[in-house]
Design a protein around this ligand. Structure first.
Ligand SMILES: Nc1ncnc2c1ncn2[C@@H]1O[C@H](COP(=O)(O)OP(=O)(O)OP(=O)(O)O)[C@@H](O)[C@H]1O
Ligand SMILES: [Mg+2]
Length: 359
């Protein structure tokens, strides 16, 4: 379990000073446009991953008239996570009061899924978005993955630097090729193993939301299936040199999502796309729970858009079934009122001009 018991937010966008005690099940964040609902979800996201889902830059999140922002949370079993982001000195992420050099450990404590208007990019965006989706799952179930990924990234950076030089230093290149090939093979194994678990999990969830008999999801590891990565790197050296960057490897993997012969985004309506993406994210959480007993936190921004009432109810029903802590926004609380089963005690938080009142 990874539930948030207390959340303090200071100077994040228009949220001046917020303190809430969320419930373990459903937290409905409602309020007018521009009141601060997405900012609240953004703050939670930053705690888990050290970054916003709206901006890659550090500064836009800090309130315009402030020099820093602070987010603090207390999870179950007294685990604390704090983040202080400043304009001048970057950010400090702390777990149990200890400064973290990366987001790896906080992310493990707070496995977070987000469903918002950007979620469509999982279908229509670049392979990078799908790799991030895939790696979220792999990261949480294969604990060696983060280290392999860090090592592979270092190799890639060094290899690409060499490839940018006019004359190739083949000795140095050889050393990086070997290490990259080794880590790349590991990453591929972890991802492949995960996809084999993920697809049946998706088959359980998807029919509850939408019938898509022609859906095909295929993992592409980022280099030719018929050769190992070392051979692929060697064979493509000249091409890589021309591009000044490595063209094959785990950084080029993809999860191809198709309906028949077409990309899913080329065929499905917006509402259908939202259902498919939601099913994929719910399947990941289901799997995480099955494998490790961990329930994640769900951030759901503006579920009502693109979805009719029946489909909202279906998604809410599935989310509720996961037993995860949910933060879900809407303009009018009535939009989500009838979406939960009778026993669920939803917490309601009204946001108005950056202030929050529980009701
Ligand atoms: N750095 C910042 N400092 C202060 N205010 C900001 C900053 N960045 C954005 N804002 C403002 O914060 C307010 C809250 O934005 P937010 O996106 O959280 O609203 P929202 O409640 O999700 O609205 P909507 O229903 O339209 O999605 C907006 O008025 C926005 O212009
Ligand atoms: Mg919003």
């Amino acid at each position: 379990m990874a539930n948030i018991r207390r959340l303090d937010i200071l100077r994040v966008r228009n949220l001046r000073e917020i303190q809430i005690r969320p419930v373990d099940s459903v937290n409905i964040i409602h309020g007018k446009n521009g009141s601060g609902k997405t900012s609240l979800l953004e703050a939670i996201h930053m705690l888990g991953l050290g970054r916003s889902f709206r901006s890659a830059k550090l500064e836009p999140v800090i309130a315009t008239d402030a020099d820093d922002c602070v987010i603090f949370s207390e999870l179950e079993e007294g685990v604390t996570i704090g983040l202080n982001r400043t304009r001048r000195e970057g950010q400090v992420l702390k777990l149990m009061g200890e400064r973290q050099r990366s987001w790896v450990d906080t992310a493990r404590h707070l496995p977070m899924q987000i469903i918002n208007s950007d979620s469509f990019s999982l279908l229509e965006g670049s392979p990078r978005v799908r790799r991030r989706f895939l790696d979220w799952g792999v990261f949480h179930v294969e604990h060696e993955f983060a280290l392999a990924w860090r090592k592979a990234s270092k190799c890639l950076t060094q290899r690409n630097l060499l490839l940018k030089q006019r004359r190739l230093d083949t000795d140095q290149l050889q050393a990086w090729d070997q290490e990259l090939a080794q880590q790349g093979q590991h990453i591929d194994q972890y991802r492949r193993r995960y996809v084999e678990l993920f697809l049946p999990a998706l088959q359980k969830v998807l029919p509850e939301l939408i019938a898509l008999p022609d859906l095909k999801i295929r993992y592409d590891r980022g280099w030719d299936e018929s050769v190992d990565l070392h051979a692929a790197l060697q064979a493509n050296r000249e091409r890589d040199h021309r591009y000044g960057a490595t063209q094959s490897g785990p950084h080029r993997a993809d999860l191809q999502i198709r309906i028949g012969k077409n990309g899913a985004h080329e065929v499905l309506s917006r509402g259908q796309q939202k259902l498919l993406v939601s099913a994929m994210k719910i399947a990941q959480s289901l799997l995480l729970h099955e494998i490790s007993g961990i329930k994640g936190v769900y951030l759901i921004d503006d579920l009502p858009s693109e979805l009719d009432m029946d489909n909202r109810r279906l998604i809410c029903g599935l989310l509720e079934g996961l037993g995860c802590q949910i933060f879900i926004t809407c303009v009018d609380a009535r939009e989500l009122e009838n979406c939960w089963s009778e026993g669920v005690r939803a917490g309601k938080f009204h946001v108005e001009h950056g202030k929050i009142t529980p009701f």
